[in-house]
Design a protein around this ligand. Structure first.
Ligand SMILES: [Zn+2]
Length: 290
């Protein structure tokens, strides 16, 4: 049966190409308040969704984003986020920087247009935005959509990576992983990497070692600096301030443990000399700054 024309209308920017949809997506976005009650309601709803549809939420493919969290719920991180997002070899935890990654994924669209990928979306962009103009010199109109302006801003940022319309940063062309590394920039490998991230250490000790290397352990001396009303002497010997160098390298009790014949700590202490040098260098740098 022919439906009356009045029911169906093309979107204004899709009329020329007679498009009814631009892209398919199989992701589900859930929006919620960030309070505990909302979370308690949200989690059972995933279970209900799973039972009725037969589909299961994939934890490994799921991301949670928080916005508008009250100041009192925010905590000062132990280590700067930029450091956490560095690879372990460079002193971080190897967590992906989502801000850069988002730019990388937008950059993929930029590359599609630059390389004239055979896609409906690229054709749509050419018909409605570029209209025969060169992508390299194109600037978005202030009246265009925020999404399109964002894509054009990323194009501008990535422009140094292009030569004659081709991505030249990697020989194989634009890849998200390659672009991420290029945008992130790399730092030299830290000398304590093998001391912390090795198979001998338990996961908990690896994390403690990493915090130690970042000079971020909450020792008594550090807590006192934060304004807490506590005794800042060492809990193990009671003879000195509880600082990182004292706890690991100077404390008499620690030394006794390390000096016991056959002690597993002995080997750890020997290898931790690298860490000791690193901490001494950090302390010297701190003194220079203050
Ligand atoms: Zn001590």
């Amino acid at each position: 049966m022919q439906l009356p024309d009045i029911i169906f209308k093309f979107h204004l920017l899709c009329k020329q190409m007679r498009l009814t949809n631009l892209m398919f997506a199989d992701d589900v976005l859930m929006f919620s308040n960030g309070d505990a009650t909302s979370m308690m309601l949200l989690l059972p709803s995933f279970s209900t969704f799973s039972k009725t549809s037969g589909l299961k939420v994939s934890a490994s493919k799921t991301n949670a984003y928080f916005n508008g969290v009250p100041e009192e719920l925010k905590r000062t991180p132990l280590v700067a986020w930029s450091t956490i997002c560095s690879p372990k070899e460079e002193g971080g935890l190897g967590i992906k920087d989502q801000k850069i990654w988002n730019k990388v994924m937008v950059g993929r669209l930029v590359d599609w247009v630059a390389t004239k990928k055979d896609s409906i979306w690229v054709q749509w962009v050419n018909v409605n935005y570029l209209k025969g103009r060169d992508w390299k010199d194109y600037t978005a109109s202030p009246n265009s959509s925020s999404v399109w302006r964002r894509i054009c801003r990323v194009k501008q940022e990535l422009s140094v990576g292009y030569s004659y319309g081709k991505w030249t940063v990697q020989p194989e062309g634009y890849t998200p992983a390659g672009c991420y590394e290029w945008l992130r920039g790399s730092l030299p490998k830290v000398d304590w990497y093998g001391v912390v991230w090795n198979n001998w250490n338990l996961p908990k000790h690896r994390f403690m070692g990493w915090l130690l290397a970042q000079n971020s352990l909450h020792t008594n001396s550090r807590l006192l600096e934060f304004g807490m009303d506590i005794d800042d002497s060492c809990y193990l010997c009671g003879l000195a301030y509880e600082t990182q160098p004292h706890l690991f390298f100077e404390c008499l009790y620690s030394k006794q443990c390390a000096d016991r014949p056959g002690s597993k700590v002995q080997k750890g202490v020997q290898t931790a000399m690298v860490m000791g040098d690193h901490i001494a260098a950090m302390a010297a740098a701190e003194q220079m700054q203050s």
